[in-house]
Design a protein around this ligand. Sequence first.
Ligand code: GLA
Length: 348
Amino acid sequence: MNTVFAEAPGRVNLLGEHTDYNDGFVLPIAIAQRTRVSMRPNGAGDFTLRAEELGETVRFGFEAPPTAHFASYVYGCLVLARAEGAEIPGLDISVSSDVPMGVGLSSSAALEVATLRCLRELLALRLDDVRIAQLAQRAEIEFAQVRCGIMDQMASSLAATDRALLIDTRTLERRDVPLPAGSTVLVLDSGTPRSLAASGYNQRRAECEAAASGLGKASLRDVGRLDELDVLPDLLRRRARHVFTENARVLQAAGTTDAAAFGRLMNASHASLRDDYEVSTPQLDQLVALLQAHPGVHGARLTGAGFGGACVALCRTGAEQQVANEVLARYAAAGEAGRQLVPAAQRA
Ligand code: GLA
């Protein structure tokens, strides 16, 4: 058998943060950066995995799981594909990626989806793109121990780079949403690691589950009116209020063609993530404030799980590079080191 290749993109979420594990709505868009996976049957019973960017090769088998964290995503995909009935031979696997890691652009979902696509291609598996997203999410939950929702894997598997994808995470129904005319997405890294991301993320998730059960609902998606939340203790009420108002913002944004209105919803999302959901950081707040104050920006917010990582802005098309340069210069003058992630900075 020949070598088979597949790839999958990272994503940036425009609106709908911390809504996916509450059965809510999200609005991600794929980014140009992607992860590429190649596989070649090696005639042996085990696997080698080469991570080009890390310069590491690890060897593992179904009965001897890898210890390296990056390999657990691939291992999880192999185990789950086998559980779907695939007969998987020993493979030499190679991974290379230009998706920025650890900033909230879903490098792990890109790896999972590219791995599953490669297996689909190699073994002619009957997996559609939604099934691939579902298996990728399970790989992340069961093998990388992050209790994530399904947004990242759905976006990597199904979203395009030139329009956003509205996803109802309860039904997985989806629809393309064009960006408002004359607007362009800019993503900047705040330069601060997402150190609390895993513990803080799981804690928020538990708080949402406690809020839903306090309201006697299956999930926070089922909250119909804001005043239903008044019975909750203050902290759970604020968490639930973020989810309720964020779902409304996603649906409003998906229904507007006005860049300024879309931008205002992004600004409101950031305030809600900062004040009600408490997943922002001083650096993210500062970078978002600099973006929001720039005349070339319609709106800006932190993106992804928060606790550090990246911000997304909707810019006037043509202004994005100037926005990036000026905002990053002001951020540097304040003693912080940010960088441009999307559009990928031109190499000198
Ligand atoms: C991470 C998770 C997603 C989602 C976001 C927050 O990216 O993987 O499922 O919950 O955080 O919106």
